[in-house]
Design a protein around this ligand. Structure first.
Ligand code: UD1
Length: 417
């Protein structure tokens, strides 16, 4: 198993180009099954979540290949509507395939995904949405069987603006008879990008990015050549890396408006943050101020996917900060690891109280999930001595060469096998 070795106390300094959005791309890979024409995803990030989603497409009979940094997908020969049990259990994102498989084949079968390291992650909202579209669902045992021979548009009100449920329902409704309206839809930028992607293939979706999305059923979709939006979480991670090391950074290929919530909080720490077009610039002070309170919320609130990284930053600020994690119930696995590095954090239910210390020290730590792993790298960058991060296959799920990029920015970090 590969590990990362970080020798701390080196300032991050320089310019980097941000990758495209993992969550946008995963949804687009799922949506590719809706067409039998060619799909090209430009600047597709080379991360294992993409490889794994591609594996599912291949399993369904599609052809997937890399051409430089583009992923080319041909689903004309797709013939299976069933995701094998082993793959579905291994890959949570298989649940995103239900909607598009239903759209294409009017039936779908997938194993129940179960929980993961950040929470229980039920799929009741996906299922309720499908039922409202006149899809018959049999959930007996460990498998979800969907029969959608008569999919009809409807008005669906989500109890919570779930990203996955919004996307899944959008994709299932692309070929439904009539119009589907999703109310209290998730407003994340990746959903608007999915809408633009499907519309570029000939779909008729409007409203994504707001809380009401309308999907007018169409008969067929065509080909698409698309460049997804940039990854707001990866951009945020590098900004935090610069902040925690007292450094400065220019992140290119960003949508600053997608991370205003983070920019505001970084300014509270007295970092100087500016943006212009697709670039964000950050210069950190010598001493960071604590942040009064951060609560994770659906977009445009503070993203849960940046909670671990900002928590790592809080550990070295001058004062006490409070984090409330409202989205996932057990998303504090990184805290026990940060404690090994000398951080002072108390967790109670969904709340973490972080008392800043002057310095962290290196330790042997374990990444239990993707963003928690990134947070440990951030902490290692700021610590005295050597930090060894194990379990970095989690980090590879979402960051394209995190170690290489940080190294190019002046960090002392290497990957060892
Ligand atoms: C997506 C993102 C993930 C991000 C999350 C929240 C992808 C591939 N993943 O995950 O990176 O952290 O949004 O921004 O895009 N819930 C239910 N019932 C459901 C569905 C969700 O109770 O049927 C709950 C979940 O348990 C969780 C909350 O709703 O507590 C948010 O989940 P959701 O927005 O669905 O997250 P994901 O789509 O799984």
């Amino acid at each position: 198993m590969d590990k990362l070795l970080v020798k701390g106390n080196k300032r991050i300094n320089g310019r980097m180009r941000n990758q495209t959005s993992k969550n946008a791309v995963l949804a687009m890979l799922a949506a590719s099954i809706l067409t039998d024409k060619e799909v090209i995803i430009r600047q597709c990030p080379k991360i294992t979540d993409v490889d794994n989603m591609a594996k599912i497409l291949v399993e369904l009979g599609c052809k997937v290949k890399w051409e430089g940094d583009s992923l080319v997908i041909d689903c004309s020969s797709a013939h299976r509507h069933e995701i094998p049990h082993s793959l579905a259990k291994e890959l949570r994102s298989s649940i995103f395939m239900l909607g598009p498989i239903l759209g294409r084949f009017h039936k779908a079968k997938v194993a129940y995904p179960g929980g993961c390291d950040i929470g229980i992650r039920p799929i009741d909202l996906h299922i309720k949405g499908f039922k409202a579209l006149n899809i018959d669902i049999d959930e007996s045992g460990d498998t979800i069987c969907c029969d959608g021979k008569d999919i009809k548009g409807n008005i669906i009100h989500l109890d919570f603006p779930s990203v996955g449920a919004t996307e899944n329902i959008m994709m299932a409704a692309v070929f439904a008879e009539g119009t589907t309206v999703i109310k209290n839809a998730a407003k994340e930028p990746e959903i608007a990008d999915l809408q633009n992607f499907i519309n570029a293939m000939g779909g008729k979706i409007s409203g994504a990015g707001s809380s009401t999305i309308e999907i007018e059923g169409v008969k067929k979709l065509g080909s698409v050549d698309y460049t997804p939006i940039s990854d707001r979480i990866v951009a945020g991670t590098y900004l935090i890396a610069a902040a925690i090391t007292g450094g400065s950074i220019e992140v290119e290929n960003c949508h600053p408006e997608h991370i205003y919530s983070l920019i505001t909080k970084l300014r509270e720490t007295t970092c100087k943050v500016e943006y212009f077009n697709d670039k964000i610039y950050l210069t950190a002070p010598k001493t960071l101020q604590s942040i009064h309170k951060i609560e994770t919320m659906p977009f445009p609130g503070f993203p849960t996917d940046l909670q671990a990284q900002i928590l790592a930053l809080m550990t070295v600020t001058n004062g006490t900060s409070l984090i409330v994690e409202n989205i996932f119930e057990t998303r504090y696995k990184h805290v026990a690891e940060l404690l090994k590095m000398g951080a002072k954090i108390t967790v109670k239910d969904r709340m973490a109280i972080v008392r800043g210390v002057p310095k962290l020290y290196g330790a042997n730590v374990y990444a239990y999930d993707l963003r928690g792993g990134a947070a440990l790298v951030m902490a290692g960058l700021a610590a005295d001595g050597l930090t060894q991060i194990n379990g970095i296959h989690h980090i590879d799920r979402g960051y394209e060469d995190l170690a290489g990029t940080l190294q190019s920015l002046g960090a002392d970090i290497k990957r060892i096998t």
